[in-house]
Design a protein around this ligand. Sequence first.
Ligand code: 9D3
Length: 249
Amino acid sequence: MRIDVLSTFPEVFEPVLGVSIVKRAREAGLVSLGVHDLRGFTDDRHRTTDDCPFGGGPGMVMKAEPFFRGVEALRCPAEAGCREEVVLLCPQGERFEQGTARELAGKDHLILLCGHYEGVDERVREHLATRAISVGDYVLTGGELPAMVVVDAVVRLLPGALGAEEGAAGDSFAEGLLEYPQYTRPAEFRGWKAPEVLLSGHHEQIRRWRRKESLRRTKRLRPELLEGAELTEEDRELLGEVEEGGARG
Ligand code: 9D3
């Protein structure tokens, strides 16, 4: 997969996307990442990327032209038959979720457009972007952090990006439930003991305990996820036990 980013702050990407799993995926050739300065696609002496809003009002608006020129320079040739998505990161976009990440991971080429607090000329969204994405209902100062969120979530889904051990199959949101609590050595830390069952070596009991804790947490913290989850007969039984458990349930 190829991912290109257009931003007026290109330098913020490498410290985040140059480490850990994304770094490994890039080194393994699973993804090639290009971050481009939007100013490189201006044509005036001052390399202007924004201007006053038509109709007046405070702040500035990012100009359409640099985004169009950037995308035109970066996009695959039409005859290549490339599955390409031009994504505008903006507060008014569709909410980014695990399903969105899965869809984007199936493309050959992503071009991510980062706007700023001022907003972007509407013609970018209307005539250039194939999709507009928001990462949630809170106000950020620009699309750079959201673009990094998208790259991170998409790249780890590319086949081979995660080792066999870290496989993405059991991800909370992939399965529709929150994950069970994890513990590691020491068995007692500052007087707090790790659950006995995890030290017992009884694999079946451990599996049941983890599933029950997963259900307990989901019910308490994210009840709306339980509505959409596919529950087995055993899950319903464990949920019944959670309810009887009272205060901890
Ligand atoms: C004058 C600015 N705002 C009017 C209330 C609109 C506005 C435009 C652009 C507010 C923030 C931004 C910058 N944010 C993004 O570009 C952004 C974003 C976000 O703020 N929250 C969640 N997801 C995203 S994706 C891009």
